[in-house]
Design a binder for this molecule. Sequence first.
Ligand code: DGY
Length: 307
Amino acid sequence: MGICAVTRDLPGGALKRLAAVHQVRLWPGDGPPSAGELAELAGPADGLICLLTDKVDAALLAACPKLRAVANYAVGFDNIDLAATKARGIAVGNTPDVLTDATADLAFALLAATARQLAEADRYVRQGRWTTWQPGLFLGAPLKGATLGIIGPGRIGRAVAQRASGYGMEVITFDQADPPGALDALLRSSDFVSLHCPLTPQTAGLIDARALSLMKPDAILINTARGPLVDLVALAEALQAGRLGGAGLDVTDPEPAPLDHPILQAPRVTLAPHIGSATRQARQAMADRAVDNILASLQGRPMPYPV
Ligand code: DGY
């Protein structure tokens, strides 16, 4: 029996399977542990199940001399310093596939909601501002025939493309391996741009003021990937100045955006609290994958879902 630190209670029965084999040190809070609290929780652990809000860096690893396996409860793993885990020979796993459809559904929901200003229309009705049917009320953008630019055509990007073709959209893609200039071309010709690339030093700030200036003035940006891909202040400025048609954001930098952040005042913005994978089925399956990764690794087998 080993010791496994887990930084949040997880949906479903996966943690019971873990507790049947290992001693589980479960973080009792609803929010993330501080760096010091995480070091204390994981200090004696052989395995760690962590969330995307937990930073696994060299400083944490130094406090965890026995740690052999880290299972991220997410498909993204930008919270983990892979150079530091590799230097220590620590196995790292994530939770691919099981959240692909849930995240693609949310990306598409944000796309359609932003195109039709659904969040603003909802507020308009609730605030008692709707008086009668009007020919020009909340005119939105059509999806059929529109071009969707997908940045990062991996599992989730391809699942969004499938949904888009069902709506009669044209899909174009950009992948980091494409030649220089291909991203600018996608930004110039897309009516909707949806981000599905991982956050890396190369993709941080990918959608900055320059990239936004290349987009059509009525284009809509969707981000369900990671907040730091987008310069949020530049996005708010482009929306306020009428240089962009709208944005649907499940992720922001910082997260959450403070209530006085200009993005909250910008027009035609649909916001969600990082809930791309938030279906019961996906979140339980993610817990199963994280536990499977730890169980395998602590038994000396390769993780079934390594990063
Ligand atoms: C992920 O898995 O990376 C999402 O952001 C949360 O499910």
